[in-house]
Design a protein around this ligand. Sequence first.
Ligand SMILES: [Zn+2]
Length: 381
Amino acid sequence: MNRDGVPIARVAGIRISADWSVLLIGALLAWGVAGGAVPLEVPGTPLWLAWIVGVIAAALLIVSLVAHELGHALLARRRGIAVEGIKLWLFGGVAQMSGDLMTGRTEMLVAAIGPAITFVLAGAFFGSSWLLVQIGAPPLVIVVAEWLAAVNLALLLFNLIPAFPLDGGRILRGFLWTRTKNRMAATVAAARAGRFFAMIVIGLGVLDLFFLSPVGGLWLVLIGWFLASAARGEATGEQARHALEGVLVGDVMSKNPVIVPSWITVELLVEQYVMGHDFTSFPTHSIDGRIDGLVTMRGIKQVPLQQRGNRRAIDIAIPADHVPIARQDEPVTDLLKRIGTASDGRAMVYDGGTLVGIVSPSDIARLFQSGPGRVSARVAA
Ligand SMILES: [Zn+2]
């Protein structure tokens, strides 16, 4: 799945993009109207006309989904949360935002605005279908309004189920978080409700698959599977965030790195420095003492044995200006945002002008192995 999707519009500064899978859901919806609602309500409608009505209804439903997501996005932005945009995909829409600044109350409000908009839309479509009947509008127009009202109502009810990551689950998490002041516990509880509900959906889907309709059943299984993995991902992400909370760069870095002359050969580097040290990377210094690069074990392994005698350390080092610089008193979460692939996931830690440590991916991994409890104990100490 393309992460950014295909850009389709920009509303109030919020980028709306769509994944190609939206075409699939659009076609299924149009099919549902053209092959279901239309022949049922207005028998004798020609197939081509039924399909035009179906496509219009599906497009209007997607607009309703966008309105729902825009509600989430705009309110989040008003409450100071960075909003990346809205993405439409197979299971509807999602407002992409960074959760960093959220409080329980903000989460509750931001989650609740979407269903509130869907509620208003369902009401508006019910109202207009009633009005259309009163003024004697063409039956096909009434069918579209009724269908939009019914589907929006169904979406509203589904969305309000208190299971993470549905809006109802987010409202629940925000509520628990506000009450207990513990985001982690609130997330775990809401995610557990989400997994429980997902299993019910999958179970219903399997029953449906065998006894009622294979297509509807498969759809339910897919939705359930998506909900289960989203709930699990949310809980894992929360645990990771929690494990890193309050941890400083100085707590995780490998201290006293072995700094090697950048002009020595790779062969000498391996013999004199790599053997006998646990480090997976070695900063290099130039003749004037300046740190000019970082040699990694990966870089060393890429040099064939027979070339190690005539290639210098600096030739295989990551240039120093490609390696992010960190301070010991900086939160690890801030550093992680800057570490990229250019430096092979590493950063150099300076105190004043002195290199005092290296942060490598294995330093970060160790944090998770030690478990959240041990990390907080270390931070508190
Ligand atoms: Zn929503």
